[in-house]
Design a protein. Structure first.
Length: 300
């Protein structure tokens, strides 16, 4: 009996150790190389497999995460050019989190990065060492992992993702010293990695981050228990975006919110009162005038 108890104890310790070491991410990375003709496609299969292992087999935080708490996310690498071991293309990153006490998952990140290039040789190890960047591919992937973690943690606690956003900013600072790497420089684009990290860490971004928490934790997460209260909390939080736009009219965070949340927000308004719909349409039209046709659905 003692022997069986010892074996059972060892098995339980092993299970708990594996459980504690779960990655925070449940990621699926795919590579689209359709535009690259006349080359051995095996390198893309090798790279895709290596990147999936790199993302999913590593602990990115000190938090203990159960399997059903992992963040679902997708990375799509669209490669347009290949010259020797140099690749040029874009990367699309999406992430979702579950809504409390429901089967619904909400998009927390939907971002298209068109300034993406890197060097890679087949079977080259993919490693990330803190404070050291040797590869633009790894730097970019780790940057977006930190953004995803930051947005997820921010949605559960006010400024809960600060350490991840700071790490993303640190990666930007390190990457800027690599003059040949694209997507990291200030003023190259108002939607590149530099712009995103700056927006998430500067003081002016704090009101958006508080809104992000209110939208998710006080809004969506309340809707399972009381749909009207959750919806009302979301609607009450929206004027913060208007104030934020006045201070930062070209902020990448405004576009990020639209790309992630606009359809969801329109759906939320379908159960609103007539007055709420009218006020919501006016507010959202001022925020996103180019989306006026989509926003017409709020008034129905």
């Amino acid at each position: 009996m003692k022997r069986k108890g010892l074996i059972l104890g060892l098995l339980m310790m092993t299970v708990l150790t594996v459980f504690a070491q779960n990655s925070e991410l449940n990621a699926r990375l795919t590579i689209n190389s359709d535009k690259i003709q006349g080359t051995n496609k095996q390198i893309f299969t090798t790279l895709q497999s290596a990147l999936n292992e790199f993302i999913n087999n590593k602990k990115w935080t000190t938090a203990t995460v159960s399997m059903n708490e992992r963040i679902d996310c997708t990375f799509t690498l669209i490669l347009n050019e290949m010259t020797d071991n140099h690749f040029v293309g874009e990367i699309q990153v999406q992430a979702r989190r579950p809504v409390y006490n429901s089967t619904y998952t909400t998009t927390i990140f939907n971002f298209r990065d068109t300034q993406f290039d890197f060097d890679y040789t087949e079977f080259q190890p993919l490693e990330y060492v803190e404070n050291t960047l040797e590869n633009n591919l790894v730097a970019t992937i780790v940057f977006y992992i930190n953004v995803i973690l930051g947005l997820d943690f921010d949605s559960f606690a006010p400024k809960g993702g600060s350490s991840f956003f700071q790490e993303a900013q640190h990666i930007v600072t390190l990457a800027q010293s690599e003059m040949s790497w694209s997507g990291w420089k200030a003023f190259d684009s108002d939607r590149n990695r530099h712009a995103l990290a700056t927006a998430l860490t500067e003081n002016n971004g704090e009101s958006f981050r508080q809104f992000w928490y209110d939208y998710h934790r006080k809004g969506l997460d309340e809707m399972a228990a009381n749909a009207d209260r959750g919806r009302t909390n979301i609607i009450a939080a929206l004027p913060t975006l208007t104030t934020f736009k006045s201070a930062r009219p070209n902020s990448v965070l405004l576009q990020m919110f639209s790309d992630s949340k606009l359809d969801e927000l329109i759906a939320i308004y379908t159960k609103a009162t007539t007055q709420e719909k009218q006020e919501g349409y006016k507010l959202m039209s001022n925020l996103y005038p180019a989306e006026s046709i989509r926003l017409e659905a709020i008034k129905k």
